[in-house]
Design a protein around this ligand. Sequence first.
Ligand code: SF4
Length: 213
Amino acid sequence: MDKNLKAVIAKKVERTMNNLVKNNMMAFYVESKDEVVNKVAELINEGETVAVGGSVTLEETGVLEHLRSGRYNFLDRYEEGLTRNQVEEIFRKSFFADTYLTSTNAITEDGELYNVDGNGNRVAAMIYGPKSVIVVAGINKIVKNTDEAIERVRRIAAPANTIRLNKNTPCAKTGYCVDCRTEDRICCSYTVFRQQRQKDRIKVILVGESLGY
Ligand code: SF4
């Protein structure tokens, strides 16, 4: 990448990290997705109960595979053969996890996390329950403010997720949100994480690459 462009991105990342810290979240930066597993391993103790929110980023960075290594008691919502009831049971048990891992739909330069959920299990666990929350996100998720975060979800994250999940929604066909009223709608709960009451409970690992949606 051009060094001047790199410098601009570095400033944006620095601004975002400083504001995450001001909002009582920890912020880390790693250059590439290959460094994510090591950083995650530093933040979780062996033997801990861990759970995850639905995330392409966790898969792309090898975090899911790491959680299945046997080091942790992983409440694996993706385990083969689980019934819908068993998956929902894992969602509920996840509230008692030591560490919850997820990505985020957007991070503002003001140090906010913006997420839109269908079931709500992911944002609920991010808000309360697990003792620690680790958020892994590529720098493509950084936006200027909440207005841009909303647009990002409407134009990128939600349409891409509906295609991934094989949903019958207008955005899966057009690539943008029309605020549908379909049964398959995945946008049900809208959340902004600003200054956190419990300092350092949320730890954000920013990765200097484009990851997830
Ligand atoms: S509200 Fe409907 S159309 Fe809009 S992004 Fe969500 S699922 Fe797609």
